[in-house]
Write a protein that binds this ligand. Structure first.
Ligand SMILES: [Zn+2]
Length: 237
C-alpha cells in the first residue's frame, strides 16, 4: 500500500520513505511523491538514494498490479534495497513541473473547446488532446488567444472530492471519454480551474494558471470526420 502524496502535495520534491517490496519491477514504497504514468501524464523520474549512500536513477513510475501500489522503476542493473529499508526520493522537478504546466494547460484547452475529449497525451514541452468536434471550431488563432486569456486571468487551481453517487449524477464532470475517472474508496477527485473548468482528474496541476505561461497551438490535425487533434506547446520554447 503506497500513500499517494503527489495529489495533495504536488510541489513536494523530496521524500523519505520505506521499501514495501523490492523486485524485478522496481521499488514499491510506503509513500511516494512520484506520479505514476496515467491519464495521459507520463510517470515521474528522479533519483533514489539508499541507506548506504548509493543513488540510482528512477527511470519511470508506474501503477502496480493493484491500485494501492506504485512501482518506481530503477535503471537496469541497479542495486536494490531490502524490505523496510529507508529510501530518499528526489524528483526530477524541472520535468514534473513542465508536466504540471502542460497538464493544466490541457484543462484550459478543454474549457475553450467544450467538446468530448477522446484521447490525449502530455509531454515535457507539448501536449495534444483529441476532440470530437466540428471543423468550424478548429480556429488555431482563436483557440490560442482564449487559452492565453485564461492564463493571464491567473485562475486558482484546486481539488475536491465528491462521492461516487454525486459524481454519477453529474455526467458533465467526465470530459475525457478515453480515461476512466480517478475513483477509489467511494469517492472521485474533481479538479477546478477558477470558473473556467471542473472535471474528474487524477493528475498533477500548477496552483495558478499564470504559472503555465503562454501557449501556442502548434497544429490541428483531422483524425477522421469529427475527430480533431489539437497540439499545444509553450510559447517560450
Ligand atoms: Zn488534470
Amino acid at each position: 500500500m503506497t500513500v499517494w502524496l503527489f495529489r495533495d502535495y504536488p510541489y513536494q520534491t523530496e521524500l523519505e520513505a520505506h521499501v514495501a517490496t523490492s523486485d524485478d519491477r522496481g521499488l514499491v514504497l510506503d509513500a511516494t511523491i512520484f506520479y505514476p504514468h496515467g491519464g495521459g501524464q507520463p510517470g515521474d523520474t528522479g533519483m533514489a538514494t539508499f541507506e548506504d549512500g548509493t543513488s540510482v536513477p528512477v527511470i519511470d513510475t508506474l501503477k502496480g498490479e493493484t491500485r494501492a501500489e506504485i512501482v518506481h522503476v530503477l535503471a537496469p542493473g541497479s542495486a536494490r534495497p531490502v524490505k523496510g529499508a529507508t529510501v530518499r526520493l528526489v524528483l526530477d522537478w524541472a520535468r514534473r513541473h513542465a508536466h504540471m504546466r502542460m497538464h493544466t494547460a490541457c484543462h484550459l484547452l478543454s474549457s475553450v473547446l467544450p467538446y468530448p475529449v477522446t484521447g490525449g497525451a502530455i509531454r515535457r514541452d507539448s501536449a495534444r488532446l483529441d476532440f470530437d468536434m466540428p471543423a468550424a471550431a478548429a480556429d488555431r488563432t482563436a483557440i490560442e488567444a482564449k487559452v492565453n486569456a485564461l492564463v493571464d486571468a491567473a485562475l486558482d487551481v484546486s481539488s475536491e472530492w465528491v462521492t461516487d453517487a454525486d459524481f454519477d449524477a453529474r455526467p458533465e464532470l467526465v470530459r475525457t471519454l478515453a480515461v476512466a475517472p480517478p475513483r477509489g474508496a467511494g469517492r472521485v477527485r474533481l479538479v477546478r480551474v477558477g470558473e473556467a473548468d471542473v472535471q474528474a482528474c487524477g493528475g498533477t496541476h500548477v496552483a495558478n494558471t499564470r504559472e503555465i505561461g503562454h501557449i501556442v497551438v502548434r497544429r490541428i490535425e483531422n483524425k477522421g470526420r469529427q475527430n480533431r487533434r489539437v497540439e499545444i506547446a509553450f510559447a517560450d520554447k
